[in-house]
Design a protein around this ligand. Structure first.
Ligand code: ADP
Length: 454
């Protein structure tokens, strides 16, 4: 049967068991102390203290073993971890039985704690292993109460808690054993059934996910091929129109010149759209990023230089600012892509800001991340549409009214670029008008990791 947890998450569960055990050890030590000191219940302190120490040493060793097995990112096999968990649960059952023996046997209500082990076993192990654990628990608890009942082993009384000699009452012992046995098997039955259901759901989900990924890949391949072909045809049309427009094929009358110009304009818009779609699709299908360390300043210079003509043409005041604390910072990115993302945001800001407005590019330190923002004094975004801006082809209603040309793909490209670099991107309106488009970039690895050879 398929495991419910992959080996990496099973390792996490194994660590979780170790943490749970620390909690159990603390609970045992505190409750034994409280029972003796505050409730005046007689308990064999020495034996219980020895058990607490044994449990603590055993847990330390388990922790060390797990650390060793996973050291340096190693991923132990599913079988190894599963065996380790089986061993842990069995050992816990023995220790719990020993604790019960020294603290009242059947008269100690903590025997219910066997149920926790059954739940844990049913979640982490196969149904067969879980039923085996239930049988082991039953054998251990059964031996304990029957051996105490017939006097083969001593009974440690919980004087101060139970006044009757319940451990010697046959009806009580048999009755409790019967209820205990049915409870354990029922718990295992119910929990393993739920786990099996979860396992099935998980498999369905993983299959559906695989199918979606495959379909998405096919769609991207299809779009890539199509846009590539269209771009070839468009380039051919554009160059023919250029030749005619440049009067190489002869003079044009006014009407003909107007038609050719319109055709050229439409072709270049089409070309812009196809290029954006091609870029976005390539980005989605792209392999690993070609990362390098670049000064943030350089990226800012390059992007500002690339767009300042457009800002000047609209008399827009274009500024940039980098927080002093990261003034000399380097970022670990694919520079061409990040410059493209920032240029896209700046070009949008210039496009959607009326003449004589302001656009600012800024960078701030955010601890683990660098926050980069482009804010403007432009038209802003209708609040109910702000969450849709990063969807492919989406253009807000106010933007469509003032600027007919636009692909609605620029922000999707920005989102792809930033998310592939491990950052986040979002937009918000400024309280005093205009909007701010922000994104984060994780800070680069430490200096020492930059050049492992040095
Ligand atoms: P395009 O600008 O080609 O329409 P984008 O994907 O770059 O496509 O932007 C999507 C939409 O986001 C725009 O149509 C516009 O509605 C909105 N938008 C982007 N930048 C700004 C901005 N600086 N101010 C106001 N709206 C913006």
């Amino acid at each position: 049967m398929e495991p419910l947890f992959q080996s990496t998450s099973l390792v996490q569960r194994a660590f979780w068991l170790v943490r749970l055990r620390w909690l159990a050890i603390a609970t045992l030590a505190i409750s034994a102390f409280a029972a003796r000191e505050f409730f005046k219940i007689s308990l064999p302190a020495q034996q219980l203290n020895i058990l607490v120490i044994v449990l603590a040493v055993y847990n330390f060793l388990l922790y060390d073993l797990l650390k060793y097995l996973t050291w340096g990112g190693k991923n132990p096999s599913h079988k190894t971890i599963s065996r380790m968990i089986t061993f842990q649960i069995s050992a816990d059952l023995f220790i719990l039985t020993a604790i019960l023996h020294f603290s009242g046997g059947i008269e100690n209500p903590f025997f219910f704690y066997f149920v926790f082990h059954m739940v844990i076993a049913s979640i982490l192990l196969t149904p067969r292993q879980s039923y085996l654990q239930a049988t082991l628990a039953l054998l251990l608890f059964g031996s304990l109460i029957f051996l105490e009942y017939n006097g083969t082993i001593p009974h440690y009384k919980l004087t101060g808690f139970v006044s009757h000699e319940l451990y010697g009452d046959s009806l009580f012992v048999f009755g409790t054993f019967f209820v205990f046995a049915t409870t354990l098997y029922l718990v295992v039955y119910m929990t393993t059934s739920i786990s099996a259901l979860l396992r099935e759901r998980q498999q369905d989900y993983e299959q559906a996910n695989q199918l979606l990924k495959q379909k998405d890949r096919l769609k991207n391949e299809y779009v890539l091929r199509l846009t590539h072909d269209i771009r070839g045809h468009l380039a051919a049309i554009e160059s023919c129109l250029d030749i005619v427009n440049n009067r190489i094929t002869g003079e044009l009358n006014e009407k003909q010149a107007d038609m050719i110009e319109r055709a050229l304009r439409r072709t270049s818009k089409c070309m812009m759209f196809v290029n954006a779609l091609l870029k976005l699709t390539r980005m989605k299908m792209g392999g690993a990023l070609e990362l390098s360390f670049v000064p943030l300043k350089n990226i800012f210079f390059n992007t500002i230089a690339a767009v300042e003509n457009k800002a000047e043409a609209k008399s827009i005041d274009l500024k940039y600012r980098i927080d002093d604390s990261i003034g000399e910072a380097e970022i670990y990115v694919e520079p061409v892509l990040i410059e493209e993302a920032i240029s896209n945001l700046l070009l949008n800001a210039i496009k959607y800001t009326p003449e004589k407005g302001k656009v600012q590019l800024s960078a701030a330190d955010q601890g683990d991340n660098i926050l980069i923002e482009v804010s403007d004094t432009g038209i802003g975004v209708p609040p109910e549409e702000i969450d849709r801006l990063f969807e492919e082809f989406y253009r807000a209603t106010n933007a469509r009214k003032i600027e007919r040309d636009g692909t609605g793909l620029g922000l999707s490209i920005v989102k792809q670029v930033i998310e592939r670099h491990g950052g986040k991107v979002w937009a918000q309106n400024n309280p005093d008008g205009g909007s701010t488009f922000s994104f984060t970039l994780p800070k680069p690895p430490q200096e020492t990791e930059k050049s492992p050879a040095s």
